[in-house]
Design a binder for this molecule. Structure first.
Ligand code: COA
Length: 135
């Protein structure tokens, strides 16, 4: 098994795909999955920034495999870049199929969050965290 078969980064959110999150085909909505990724990456961004954060961009979303009801859905994230006020966080979603052991990657995307003050204005992020070596 090589690295591509294994999640990398930090487990930032884990949940179970439920029937209320499906489309008429019975598969899970991409929008539900995207919101889990947004939540997960914002948890990591807020931890790094130690401040309120907002999502300013979502890029490169790829839905690779369907997610099904009952799957355990896990978002893994890592910090790719810290700018002056922004933090760029790639996120991968891996699922464990209902009653099966193997984890597979189903979605990936890159989220950019901005640290803000109480009035919603960008504030500098302190660069005191090492970035993850993904090589
Ligand atoms: C995020 C927000 C505070 C940025 O305000 P702004 O006045 O545009 O601030 P700036 O132009 O100084 O940009 C702030 C940072 O965001 C980055 N940024 C802005 N737009 C971006 C985009 N489309 N993609 C990636 N990064 C972006 C800038 O490069 C800058 O990063 P840096 O400081 O690390 O160099 C403002 O756009 C906002 O409130 N947006 C709505 C956020 C929101 O509600 N999200 C939830 C959507 S439901």
């Amino acid at each position: 098994m090589d690295d591509a078969d294994q999640p990398k980064g930090e487990l930032v959110i884990q949940t179970i795909a439920m029937p209320k999150d499906t489309n008429p085909n019975g598969d899970i909505f991409g929008g539900w999955l995207t919101s889990q990724m947004d939540l997960g990456s914002s948890i990591l961004a807020a931890k790094i920034a130690q401040a309120r954060v907002v999502t300013v961009a979502m890029e490169g979303m790829s839905f690779l495999e369907p997610v099904r009801v009952g799957d355990t859905v896990a978002c893994y994230a890592w910090v790719e870049r810290i700018g002056r006020t922004s933090i760029v966080i790639p996120v991968e979603v891996w699922v464990r199929r209902y009653m099966h052991g193997k984890q597979i990657r189903v979605t990936r995307g890159v989220f950019t969050h901005v640290a803000i003050d109480d009035s919603g204005k960008p504030i500098p992020v302190k660069r005191n965290q090492p970035l993850m070596d993904t090589n």
